[in-house]
Design a protein around this ligand. Structure first.
Ligand code: PMP
Ligand code: GLN
Length: 390
């Protein structure tokens, strides 16, 4: 029989699925895949139930229900003073993942180049390659994950169609600074490209740092699309409701793909997310404050055990170096052993690189800390016991 698609079949199963399955099999605490262990606000859940019961469950509009599109535009105005026309500059997708895919499929011509920054979220490369684009990868490196300006510029050329990047960053937990963003904006303009900005962790930023959408920088509004998702903002990762705003031309391009990918997103969930986006500013602030406390709890515990912990400036994640604990296994094996023998699952850093073996970081693992305090404490206890006796 004929072969299936060679690019996608190369990839196997995602690391999140592999580690979650291993965690279930060995009854490990799952600090691998990034999901909170408690659902988000009860009133948002109620809204979804009411909408399911009292409103239409048939196809909603292809671009998203007006309430959510308006709420997403208003949310960007409130937090970043971004002005968009909700009718032409917003779109609702089935998660940020679909928004990313729709942007890529809507914008890329085979042979175009796309600039990416490693470590990167797992879906970027397969989608870009499947769309026929050529990835140009630049790396940020631990411990500070600073943007290497010259290397970044070297990755741009007249063939560059766009840069796809993520801030706050999964898995490095870096929050891009204004000067880094200004540098990126300069290149986007100089090489006449677009920017797809994955901002799903926009409200999970710590220690007084600020999330800055690239779109707010001079001349960027007409070149950017800014993607967010209810998964992270309302702690409902299973809902897969994404909402994006951006230049009219880019939203239109993404919609051309979205109409053939999923066409639409469940109307009850859209309604509930629209309700959620109208919450008081305090809700969004508290989300970050609460998560920062969890980060600190996890970070203190892991440091005591002997891991070297890098600064987690945002997101759900901590990068932990296990070399100081005296292990020289590669990160994939280390994570498997930890899940099976210590009862705690994490994710190997090398999974976030095109070529994990050559990442230079395969002694780092990613722990997810968006869990109840007692779960964090139990995981730390298990790790403490394991490393005290190994
Ligand atoms: N981008 C990043 C950086 C992520 O970590 C995730 C996973 N939550 C996504 C996109 C996907 O978001 P969604 O679940 O809304 O598709
Ligand atoms: N975004 C989540 C993470 O980084 C996982 C999403 C998924 O499992 N596809 O852990």
């Amino acid at each position: 029989m004929k072969e299936v698609n060679s690019i996608l079949s190369e990839y196997g199963t995602t690391i999140f699925t592999i580690m979650s399955a291993l965690a279930v099999k060995h009854k490990a605490i799952n600090l691998g895949q990034g999901f909170p262990d408690e659902d988000g606000p009860a009133d948002i859940l109620d809204e979804a139930m009411l909408a399911t019961k009292n409103e239409s469950n048939q196809y909603p509009p292809m671009m998203g229900i007006p309430e959510l599109r308006q709420a997403s535009a208003a949310h960007s105005k409130t937090f970043y003073d971004i002005d968009v026309d909700w009718e032409t500059q917003t779109i609702v997708t089935s998660g940020a993942t679909e928004a990313i895919a729709a942007c890529i499929f809507g914008l890329i011509e085979p042979g175009d180049e796309v600039v990416l920054i490693e470590p990167l979220y797992d879906c970027y490369l397969p989608i870009i390659r499947r769309a026929g684009a050529i990835p140009r990868l630049v790396r940020i490196a631990p411990p500070n994950w600073e943007l290497p300006y010259q290397e970044l510029e070297a990755a741009f050329s007249e063939k560059t169609k766009l840069i796809l990047f993520n801030t706050p960053t999964n898995p490095a937990a870096k929050v891009y600074t204004r000067s880094e963003l200004e540098y990126i904006a300069g290149l986007v303009k100089k090489y006449d490209t677009y920017a797809i900005c994955d901002e799903v962790y926009e409200h999970l930023v710590y220690d007084g740092r600020q999330h800055i959408p690239l779109m707010t920088l001079p001349d960027m509004a007409e070149r950017c699309i800014r993607i967010s998702s209810a998964g992270k903002t309302f702690s409902m990762t299973g809902w897969k409701v994404g909402y994006s705003i951006g230049a009219k031309k880019l939203i239109e391009a993404a919609s051309k793909a979205h109409q053939f990918l999923t066409f639409t997103t469940p109307p009850n969930l859209q309604k509930a997310v629209a309700y959620g986006l109208k919450k008081d500013i305090a809700y969004f602030k508290d989300l970050g404050t609460d998560m920062q406390a969890k980060r600190d709890r996890m970070s203190r515990g892991l440091t005591k055990i002997g891991f070297e912990i890098l600064d987690s400036q945002g997101t759900y994640f901590l990068a932990a170096d296990y070399k100081p604990l005296g292990f020289d296994l590669v990160d994939v094996d280390f994570c498997k052993n930890l899940t099976i023998d210590a009862g705690v699952a994490a994710v190997p850093f090398s999974a976030f690189y095109q070529d994990g073996k050559d990442s230079g970081v395969n002694h780092f693992i990613r722990f997810c800390y968006c869990k109840r305090d007692e779960i964090i404490d139990t995981a730390l206890d298990r790790l403490d016991k394991y490393f005290s006796s190994n």
